[in-house]
Each structure stands twice: as structure tokens, then as C-alpha cells.
Design a protein around this ligand. Structure first.
Ligand code: SF4
Ligand code: SF4
Length: 177
């Protein structure tokens, strides 16, 4: 979002800031003074399309679509440095986790994440432990004197996915359709 953004007032979601504030309570983004301290200390600041203080400003302005489609909300490493340093006690890392959750509810999960979620559901591992991959891993483990990996309990994984709603959520994503 480096190019200038033009929006009409009617296109803004004026409730977005309150929607977020209601969920996070006292450490609300409404107290932000746009000092930029969160962005200056952010560990991923140079890799994001919107820096932390700009995400907060965008939430305050009602730029919901821009925030929820931003790559920045998924790049954050949740190191919590921004929250620790904020002079106004804005819990940005928590806000960010909430924004991720809001985006996920709408099926806006980057395919790198949704593919991993599907792979875990189907195989029990982030990287499929089967066929050629299994042979290679087993060979290397045997050389190191390590035992074969025993597979996880797929029923338990299935249960967690069902109970948390993750299974339904993943169907909404580009990869899960
Ligand atoms: S450090 Fe806190 S007050 Fe400063 S811009 Fe970031 S969120 Fe706002
Ligand atoms: S929690 Fe996220 S946004 Fe905050 S400093 Fe760490 S990487 Fe940056």
C-alpha cells in the first residue's frame, strides 16, 4: 500500500476501531498517539507492507479492508516488543493476533499457512512423512542411530480440527476450496 490511497468517507468502516477495542479492553488502540515507537523497534518492520503504527492508524481510520488484506498481519513474529515499548500501553501484538483471527474468519489466510494446516490434517506432519520423503528421512535417521518416527494420532488431530472449527475455516480459504 505504498501508493496514495483515496477513499470516500462512506467507504470507511467507522465501527472497526470499536469492534477491535471492545475485544481488547483497556489496552485499546484508541490511546495511540502515532509516535511510531512500535514500528521503530519491530523485528520485521522492513518486510511488511504496513508498519505497526500504520496498521493502528488504518484501524482508527476505518480502513478495514486494507488492514485485513494486509500481508503485515501475517508477517508479525509475535515477539511482543511493540507492546513492551508502547508509551501508551497499546497492546499492538494482541491487536495483531485479533486482526489475524478476523481475517481468518473471512477465509483470508495466506496459502503458505492454509497449505500447512491441510498437510497436518492429512498427514499429521507439516512436511508429509510418506513415500520418497519418508525413505530419505528414515535413511538419515538410521545413519544417526535414531529410531523411525512414529506417526501422530490422526483421530486426535481430526478431533482438534473439528472442535476448534479449523476444519470449516480452512474450507473458506483458496487452498481449502
Ligand atoms: S508505540 Fe503505541 S502509541 Fe506509539 S504508534 Fe505504536 S501503538 Fe501508537
Ligand atoms: S509483535 Fe509483531 S509487530 Fe510487534 S514488534 Fe514483534 S514482530 Fe513487530
Amino acid at each position: 500500500m505504498s501508493q496514495r490511497l483515496r477513499k470516500q468517507a462512506v467507504e470507511l468502516d467507522k465501527n472497526f476501531r470499536y469492534e477491535i477495542s471492545q475485544k481488547i479492553g483497556a489496552k485499546s488502540l484508541l490511546k495511540c498517539i502515532q509516535c511510531g515507537v512500535c514500528s521503530s523497534g519491530c523485528t520485521v518492520t522492513e518486510y511488511v507492507d504496513l508498519q505497526p503504527h500504520r496498521i493502528v492508524a488504518s484501524c482508527l481510520l476505518g480502513l478495514k479492508e486494507e488492514v485485513l488484506s494486509s500481508q503485515a498481519i501475517w508477517t508479525c513474529s509475535l515477539c511482543h516488543r511493540c507492546t513492551e515499548r508502547c508509551p501508551k500501553n497499546v497492546d499492538y501484538s494482541f491487536i495483531l493476533a485479533l486482526l489475524r483471527s478476523m481475517a481468518a474468519q473471512e477465509g483470508r489466510i495466506p496459502k503458505e499457512y492454509s497449505s500447512s494446516v491441510i498437510t497436518i490434517l492429512e498427514n499429521g506432519f507439516v512436511i508429509p512423512y510418506s513415500e520418497g520423503m519418508k525413505k530419505n528421512i528414515d535413511k538419515r535417521r538410521a545413519r544417526l542411530g535414531l529410531p523411525e518416527i512414529s506417526g501422530p494420532n490422526q483421530n486426535e488431530i481430526e478431533f482438534i480440527y473439528e472442535e476448534t472449527g479449523l476444519k470449516e475455516l480452512i474450507k473458506k480459504t483458496e487452498v481449502g476450496k
